[in-house]
Design a protein around this ligand. Structure first.
Ligand code: ATP
Length: 537
C-alpha cells in the first residue's frame, strides 16, 4: 500500500483536502475539502443515503434482513438543549484522560499511553504493566483492553511487540529489555477532559447559557423519535438516518482527517422489537461491511471486529467495529471506520426517565429502582404501541454509526495505485492513479480534442456540454493528450473521451478506460448514454 505522505501530497496538489486556515499556519484537527474532495465526500454520503435510506421500503425485504423495513431521514440541529447531553451521559462521561510527558511536554490520550517510554536498541519502546492496567477503574481498563486488542493480543498475555511492551511489573523492564534500555520519559497522572465543545447561547452568555456542539448526530434522532412516529406512518421496525457535522475536542487530532475535531457522521438508529433485536444487529453489521466492500474496500484491508464482553458498554449486548488498515498505521493494525452497536433501550429510556447521579454510580448510569435520577428526563412516553398486536414496548436500537471523513479517507487510500503504463511515445512510465469506484469518482469523464484545430474543440465542447447536464465532467485542451490522460488518472476519472481526426470523418470518438487503458470507439450520438450506463454499473 502507498505511503501516507504520497496520498497527503496528492490530496493537496490536486485539491482534495487542505489544512484549515492554512495561510495562518493551519489549525490542528480541522480540514477543508477542496474542489475534488468535496465531490468525493458528497458521493460517499450520497451513496450511503441512496443505499441505506432511499432504496428501502417495508414492502421490500433485503437479503439477510428479518423483514422489509422503512427508512426515513432527519436533519436535526448541531446545538441542542443542554439537558439532551446530561440525559445521554455525554455531560458526565464523554471524556478522555490526558497525560503529559514530563520531559517532552507532549500530550497523549491516556488510553494510548500508560507507563513510560524507554529507548532500547535504537527503538523507542513504550512500556506498561498489566498491574498498572489492573489498578485502573473499569472504564480505563475497558479502554486499555480495547487498545491492546486492536493489536490482536489478549490482555493477560501482552508481550513486547512493535514498540509496545507490557510486563508483569514495571521493575521487570531491565530484565526483559536488557541493560541498554534507558527511560526517556515519564507521564503525569491522567486528567479527565470532556470532549464536548462548549459555547454560549444568547446575549448574556452566563453559566446558565452554556450549550454544547453535538459530539454525535445520534441524540438528535433519539429526541425526535416521537415526532417521527407521530408525523409519518412508519411502523417498528424502522430506521431514522442522519448525516451531519459533529464536533469533538480531541486531545491529539492526527493522522490527516482520521481524527479531526470537526467531522461528519452518517448515523442510523434502527428501532425494532426487543425480541428481534439480535437478528437486526447481525443484519446491520453484515450489511454495513458489504457496503464498504461493494464500493471498493476489499480483501485484507477491511475487517469486522466483534467486541469482547469486557469491552462492551454496560447497556450493549453486541458491538462490532468495521475497521480499515489505514497506511499510517503499523503493519497488522486497523483503525475504526464505523461502529455497529446493539444499544438496547438505553437511549430512549434515558430521555424518558433521566439519569442517576454519576458521582455515586459512575458506570451504571441507567435508571433503576434504587434511586432518583440526577438529571430528569423529558418525562415523555417514548414507548411504541404496535397497532396490530396492541403490544406496547420501548423499542431496542441498533446503531450503525459511520464517519463520512474516515470513509472518504479509506476510499482514497484504497484507490491510490502506482503502476507502469506506456506514455504517448510507447515508453513505460510510472503512473499514479486513483482507482475509485465509478459512483465515488469526483469526475466521471473528461473530454479532450486531440488538437486545438480542425474543428475538434467544437465537437468536443458539444459532447462536454451534453454530458455536463447529467454528470460531473471536465474539459481539457491544454498540452499533449498523454499528459491530459495522466492528470485524469491521478484524480480517478474513470473515462476519457477524445475527439480526433477520425471523429470528423465518421462521427465516432475514442473512449479510454482508466484502469485497463483499453480504448474503443463510440459514435458521438451514443457517447452520453454509454458513459452514463457505465457509471451506473
Ligand atoms: P475512536 O475510538 O476512533 O475515537 P469512537 O469509537 O469514539 O472513535 P464513535 O463515537 O463510535 O467513535 O463515532 C462513530 C464514528 O464517527 C467513528 O467510527 C468514526 O468513523 C467517526 N468519528 C468519531 N470520532 C471522529 C473524529 N475525531 N474524527 C473523524 N471521525 C470520527
Amino acid at each position: 500500500m502507498a505511503s501516507m505522505e504520497k496520498i497527503v501530497s496528492l490530496c493537496k496538489r490536486r485539491g482534495f483536502m487542505f489544512q484549515s486556515s492554512e495561510i495562518y499556519g493551519g489549525f490542528g484537527g480541522f480540514w477543508d475539502y477542496g474542489p475534488l474532495g468535496v465531490e468525493l465526500k458528497r458521493n460517499v454520503k450520497e451513496a450511503w443515503w441512496q443505499d441505506m435510506v432511499s432504496s428501502h421500503n417495508e414492502l421490500l425485504q433485503p437479503v439477510g434482513a428479518p423483514s422489509g423495513y422503512e427508512m426515513v431521514g432527519l436533519d436535526s440541529t448541531i446545538i441542542m438543549h443542554p439537558q439532551v447531553w446530561k440525559c445521554s451521559g455525554h455531560y458526565d462521561l464523554f471524556h478522555d484522560y490526558m497525560v503529559d510527558c514530563r520531559e517532552t511536554k507532549k500530550r497523549y490520550r491516556h488510553d494510548q499511553v500508560r507507563g513510560r517510554w524507554v529507548e532500547c536498541k535504537d527503538q523507542k519502546v513504550f512500556v506498561t504493566s498489566n498491574a498498572e492496567i489492573e489498578q485502573e477503574d473499569a472504564e480505563i481498563q475497558r479502554r486499555a483492553l480495547k487498545f491492546f486488542r486492536l493489536r490482536g493480543k489478549d490482555a493477560d498475555q501482552l508481550k513486547y511487540d512493535g514498540g509496545f511492551a507490557t510486563l508483569d511489573t514495571i521493575d521487570d523492564m531491565d530484565r526483559v529489555l536488557g541493560p541498554d534500555a534507558k527511560q526517556i520519559g515519564t507521564l503525569t497522572e491522567p486528567r479527565e477532559f470532556n470532549l464536548m465543545f462548549k459555547t454560549t447561547v444568547g446575549a448574556l452568555g452566563g453559566d446558565d447559557d452554556v450549550a454544547f456542539l453535538r459530539p454525535e448526530t445520534a441524540q438528535g434522532i433519539f429526541v425526535n423519535f416521537k415526532n417521527v412516529l407521530d408525523s409519518t406512518r412508519v411502523r417498528v421496525p424502522f430506521g431514522i438516518a442522519q448525516v451531519g457535522k459533529s464536533f469533538r475536542n480531541e486531545i491529539t487530532p492526527r493522522n490527516f482527517t482520521f481524527r479531526s475535531r470537526e467531522f461528519e457522521q452518517m448515523e442510523i438508529e434502527f428501532f425494532c422489537p426487543p425480541n428481534q433485536s439480535q437478528e437486526w444487529y447481525r443484519y446491520w453489521r453484515d450489511r454495513r461491511v458489504a457496503w464498504y466492500t461493494e464500493l471498493g474496500l476489499s480483501g485484507d484491508s477491511i475487517r469486522m471486529r466483534e467486541h469482547h464482553t469486557e469491552e462492551l458498554a454496560h447497556y450493549s449486548t453486541g458491538t462490532a467495529d468495521i475497521e480499515y488498515a489505514f497506511p499510517f498505521l503499523d503493519e497488522g493494525e486497523f483503525g475504526e471506520l464505523e461502529g455497529v452497536a446493539h444499544r438496547g433501550d438505553f437511549d430512549l429510556r434515558s430521555h424518558m426517565e433521566g439519569k442517576l447521579d454519576p458521582s455515586t454510580n459512575p458506570l451504571e448510569l441507567e435508571t433503576d429502582e434504587r434511586g432518583k435520577p440526577k438529571y430528569r428526563g423529558s418525562g415523555r412516553d417514548l414507548s411504541y404501541r404496535d397497532d396490530l398486536t396492541n403490544e406496547k414496548f420501548v423499542p431496542h436500537v441498533v446503531e450503525p454509526s459511520a464517519g463520512a471523513d474516515r470513509a472518504t479517507l479509506a476510499f482514497l487510500c484504497e484507490a491510490y495505485r502506482e503502476d507502469e503504463a506506456p506514455d504517448e511515445k510507447g515508453k513505460m512510465q510510472t503512473r499514479t492513479l486513483l482507482k475509485f469506484h465509478p459512483r465515488l469518482a469526483p469526475l466521471k469523464a473528461a473530454v479532450f480534442p486531440l488538437v486545438k484545430k480542425d474543428g475538434m474543440p467544437e465537437v468536443a465542447k458539444e459532447i462536454y456540454g451534453e454530458l455536463k447536464q447529467h454528470l460531473p465532467v471536465f474539459y481539457d485542451e491544454k498540452g499533449a493528450v498523454g499528459r491530459r490522460y495522466r492528470r485524469q488518472d491521478e484524480v480517478g476519472t474513470p473515462y476519457c473521451i477524445t475527439v480526433d481526426g477520425q471523429t470528423l470523418q465518421d462521427q465516432t470518438v475514442t473512449v479510454r478506460d482508466r484502469d485497463t487503458l483499453e480504448q474503443w470507439r463510440v459514435s458521438t450520438k451514443d457517447i452520453c448514454d454509454e458513459i452514463r450506463q457505465r457509471i451506473r454499473s
